[in-house]
Design a protein around this ligand. Structure first.
Ligand SMILES: Cc1cc2nc3c(=O)[nH]c(=O)nc-3n(C[C@H](O)[C@H](O)[C@H](O)COP(=O)(O)OP(=O)(O)OC[C@H]3O[C@@H](n4cnc5c(N)ncnc54)[C@H](O)[C@@H]3O)c2cc1C
Length: 418
């Protein structure tokens, strides 16, 4: 079933045009061949001919995306991207995400896209030449290495990976895990605690992101961590033992590490939520489609009240998740200082709504719902994972409550229409 996209009343004409053109590519170029685009990619019984066909078809779609001027919505035009502003990008994402994996066909592949954004913002000209351009051209891959097994990722200030200045080099020691894309990456952006005895680079103990090529001596990619019952994955455990890189590999200033990570995650959370909405939209269409055709116990599923309840509850979940996310995106767009509260609110609400919608769609489809013939099982696992990644639910709930309480304790109240 194609995604039903029409101009949004009141939305900038240019953004509506981008949404419509994106939907055309999704509906005409991707959905009709979705199974062939990805066939065998995640299967141990992959057949070379299927894999080859998939690669060829994906390249063809990418060419059409480029020709339509829809390539790399997250990048400025000078780097070959669309140069979209924040809101336009958010509105495009909900359409992109309708077809599973389609973002990569539009040049958005995590964690490379997040690293590209950080390199655009914090990279020196030399770093851009050496790392950003190959990442954009697709001749390099990257990872973001922050979370550590021995320390809580929910409290990033607890991290203990050190980067000590010795002469004109950083010497890095630490232990990370869940560094996504770890097997393919040519370099990692590693979050470290800087130690500089000279004091020239800033106070000791401050956070710094350092670019580390994965073939540097001392970088040990220990394993791909198996998740969700799979034997392995590309989320890697990595040890850094006396890893030496030039001082010039620091990305931004010492002390800016957390700020840069927040830049990546803050906007990223809105984009992830808009993606989740596109995926819920798809799950909803699949659920309704099945209810219209599946006969059980002498009648169509659509006529059973349990199923009507699933449809109604999912409708409300999607509408509320979408409106909350657009509100948060608008707040970020106008630099509203309260945006942090709303970003945390969507980061809790949207993955939970997404989990519920995917769960109901699976239920309606029965066994087919958990099969690889449909995207629903993958959606369900992604939705569950989203409740942990980019800050678990509890951390965001605490932040919402703190911001609200601070306001009331200072004698104010909350303006829900603000
Ligand atoms: C598929 C996947 C991909 C990932 N990719 C990357 C990546 O590329 N790079 C990277 O650096 N990291 C990555 N991560 C790691 C992710 O960012 C962390 O898992 C996340 O930040 C949570 O950290 P943690 O796992 O250490 O959990 P912990 O910090 O140990 O938290 C465990 C639980 O404690 C609870 N909790 C935490 N704080 C509080 C509190 N104050 N009050 C009450 N309860 C609380 C929450 O329920 C939380 O889930 C990935 C994770 C997954 C699952």
């Amino acid at each position: 079933m194609p995604i039903n996209v029409n101009p949004v009343p009141g939305l900038d004409e240019r953004v509506n045009d981008i949404r419509l053109r994106t939907a055309r590519i999704i509906n005409e170029e991707i959905l009709p061949i979705e199974d062939r685009l990805w066939r065998g990619r995640w299967s141990s019984e992959a057949n070379e001919a299927d894999l080859d066909e998939g690669r060829r078809l994906r390249e063809q779609v990418k060419e059409k995306v480029r020709a339509a001027g829809l390539w790399a919505p997250h990048l400025p035009q000078e780097y070959g991207g669309m140069g979209l502003d924040f809101l336009a990008h958010a509105y495009m994402n909900e359409i992109l995400a309708y077809a599973i994996g389609a973002a990569s066909l539009f040049g958005v592949v995590a964690p490379n896209s997040g690293n590209q954004t950080i390199l655009v913002k914090y990279g020196t000209e030399e770093q851009k030449r050496k790392w950003l351009l190959p990442l954009i051209e697709g001749t390099m891959e990257s990872g973001f290495s922050m979370t550590e097994p021995e320390n809580p990722g929910s409290d990033p200030r607890s991290l203990t990976t050190t980067a000590v200045v010795e002469g004109d080099e950083w010497v890095i020691n630490g232990h990370k895990w869940f560094t996504s894309n770890g097997k393919k990456a040519d370099f990692f952006i590693v979050m470290c605690r800087a130690e500089d005895k000279t004091g020239e680079l800033g106070r000791s103990g401050q956070m710094v992101q350092i670019i580390v090529p994965t073939d540097t001596a001392g970088v040990d990619i220990v394993r791909g961590i198996g998740i969700w019952g799979h034997g392995t994955s590309d989320h890697c455990e990595v040890r850094y033992e006396d890893v030496r890189v030039p001082l010039d590999n620091a990305l931004g200033q010492v002390g800016q590490g957390h700020r840069a990570a927040q830049d990546r995650l803050g906007a990223g959370r809105i984009f992830h939520c808009m993606n989740a909405i596109g995926q819920m939209w798809r799950a909803f269409d699949l659920m309704v489609e099945r209810s219209l055709t599946r006969q059980v116990h002498g009648g169509l599923l659509k006529d059973k009240q349990f199923i009507q309840g699933f449809i109604a509850d999912s409708y409300m979940d999607i509408q509320s998740a979408r409106l909350m996310t657009i509100r948060a995106a608008e707040m970020v767009d106008r630099n509203d200082p309260q945006a942090r509260t709303d970003i945390s609110a969507i980061k809790v609400f949207v993955p939970a709504a997404y989990t519920r919608v995917a769960d109901r769609a699976i239920q309606v489809w029965g066994a087919a719902g958990v099969s690889n013939d449909l995207p629903l099982a993958g959606m369900y696992l992604s939705a569950r994972t989203l409740r942990l990644a980019d800050g678990p639910d509890e951390v965001h709930r605490i932040l919402i409550a703190k911001n609200v309480l601070r306001q009331y304790q200072a004698g104010g109240t909350w303006d829900f229409a603000g």
